[in-house]
Design a protein around this ligand. Structure first.
Ligand code: HPA
Length: 238
């Protein structure tokens, strides 16, 4: 029995390219498809989670939103890897800096993801999991960034389950910052574990949208322009 369509994706086999770019926001997915892709075709719209396939410089590429948080990206990335034959997922999102070396607009490539999530418990390992990105996608992203004058900063990140921390003094981000973790977002850990389990490739590229250290944050307009560079890097390596 075929697993597709799934409860969350009503595309047909072959509708997705080998590489899917994944912003969190469905409207950003639409923006990327309409701005950067040639002949974009809408292949999914279940729950408004827009997925498109088109071409970038002649290369077939898809873009589909992940929604927010690990349960959400966990579902979409699992189905793309395991049911739709997708090989590479490149998350393109935002993160809050927890390291003084990072400024807003910087672009981080998540080499590994610490997490407060229990998404990894399903693997039943007695120790701890160490999900990491694809080296091929990471090195390609660093090169693509150099070529367009947008440095890509590789390093460890934190994937948190909590955006609004109840008690800042106890927050996971303040603890892992002392271990050299650079920024906090909410999806990469589950994406990297799904990629590892499926034998596929993943990378999270993250634009720093705010700093938990300085309180600085990007306006909506500034977010758009800095996202454009990150999108170009993702499209180049797709
Ligand atoms: N926390 C979690 N996710 C984020 C943040 C943050 O501060 N900023 C952008 N994404």
């Amino acid at each position: 029995m075929s697993n597709i369509p799934t409860p969350h994706i009503n595309a047909k086999q072959g509708d997705f390219a080998r590489t899917v770019l994944m912003p969190g926001d469905p409207l950003r997915s639409k923006f990327i498809a309409e701005t950067f892709l040639e002949d974009p075709v809408l292949v999914n719209n279940v729950r408004g989670v827009q997925g498109y396939t088109g071409a970038y410089k002649g290369k077939r590429v898809s873009v589909m939103a992940s929604g927010m948080g690990m349960p959400s990206i966990g579902i979409y990335s699992y189905e793309l890897y395991n049911f739709y034959g997708v090989e590479n997922i490149i998350r393109i999102g935002t993160a809050g800096a927890i390291n003084a070396k990072l400024k807003v607009r910087d672009v981080v490539a998540a080499m590994s993801a610490y997490s407060t999530s229990n998404y990894g418990y399903q693997f039943g390992l007695d120790g701890v999991l160490a999900p990491c990105c694809s080296y091929e996608l990471l090195s390609a992203a660093v090169k693509a960034g150099e070529a367009i004058g947008q440095p890509v900063v590789p390093g460890p990140i934190l994937s948190s389950d909590v955006f609004y921390e109840h008690n800042n003094a106890l927050s996971a981000s303040s603890k892992v910052a002392k271990l050299g973790v650079m920024c906090v977002e909410m999806e990469a850990y589950a994406l990297y574990l799904n990629a590892a389990a499926a034998g596929k490739n993943a990378l999270a590229l993250l634009t720093i949208s705010d700093s938990l250290i300085t309180g600085e944050s990007l306006s909506a307009e500034e977010r758009q322009t800095s996202f454009t560079k990150m999108m170009e890097i993702a499209l180049e390596i797709a």
